[in-house]
Design a protein around this ligand. Sequence first.
Ligand SMILES: Cc1ncc(COP(=O)(O)O)c(C=O)c1O
Length: 353
Amino acid sequence: MEIYRRAIAAFRGLVHAHEAIVIGGAGTLAMEMALVNCLQPGDDLLVVTHGVFGDRFAQIGRRFRWNVRTLAPAQPGQAVDPDELARALRGGGFRAVTVTHVDTSTGVRAPVEAYADVLRASDAYFILDGVCATAGLPEPMDAWGVDYLVTTSQKAIGVPPGFALLGLSERALDRRAEMGEAIGAYYADIANWLPVMRDPSGYFATPPTNMVVALERAFRLIEAEGLAERFDRHERQGRAMRAAWSALGLELLAVPGLEAPTLSVLRYPEGVDDAAFRAAAEREGAFLAAGVGALKGHVFRVGHMGNATRGELLTVVAAIESALTACGHPVQAGSGVGAAAALLGAAGEPVRR
Ligand SMILES: Cc1ncc(COP(=O)(O)O)c(C=O)c1O
């Protein structure tokens, strides 16, 4: 219980939340929870989407029969212009707006601060999906006016899957109180969880206790590294990986300025087969993720977040070099590794305790 209490407090501090909920589940549960604790039948939901995970908010919204409107850029890899968001909001009436900080399907880092400026003038609840960003990029909920920051344990926090984590604003709590009994959820009802989060010796539903230990340890590692250093390291690692891609002639899907520091989504060079390429990389020790949705077969995805070390990142670049060459796209061995290593310097290692 004491470990659980510390983990909840650490998460709340990390994202500057008024209160936090940390329960067994996946990131998708956290997304759904934010929505069901805000919206009621007949409500309008505005979804700003930069890929498959942004679209997921719209899918949840349709399932609950809210009126869903989506804003998406013209091409994958681009972002919705903040002026377009402002225009959509001028129509008024949206109960909530969702934004995905980093969409893991496209590697786009949303211009969240610009959106936050626009959203300040609106009374819509601001729901931010931090799944592929939290603990790798700053997410000051208070300064950005975020009402729900939803995330999970298995990305930049750096432990196995198992948790849905939510940071809540005071406004979010007021909204839930206003809804009273008119909520179509039980496990996902924050009102059932808040008393346990305030005093983990209470019970609502059984938490994954082994994972509580892992999560609390992860937050201690994050604290030991220092947040400023951790965020800076993610930026540095992102730049280093991009230097490698450029040396290898690989092209990111995300347009310049929107590249996520936490992962790279790369277009396949002409003629390189997805399955063969990823199998070749895996033989060299690197597990690369396939594209999702419409991008499947056209891109591959490389994570460089959490407690990834300099050595691990260079191994991945070396595996990609070999796999490209094995798949008929010869590259000069060591060119990507050299470009990345030059930027990672000696300080690419996070604290490990
Ligand atoms: C940006 C983003 N949001 C939401 C999710 C859903 O999280 P989970 O798979 O834990 O349900 C993912 C999963 O990869 C994601 O990348």
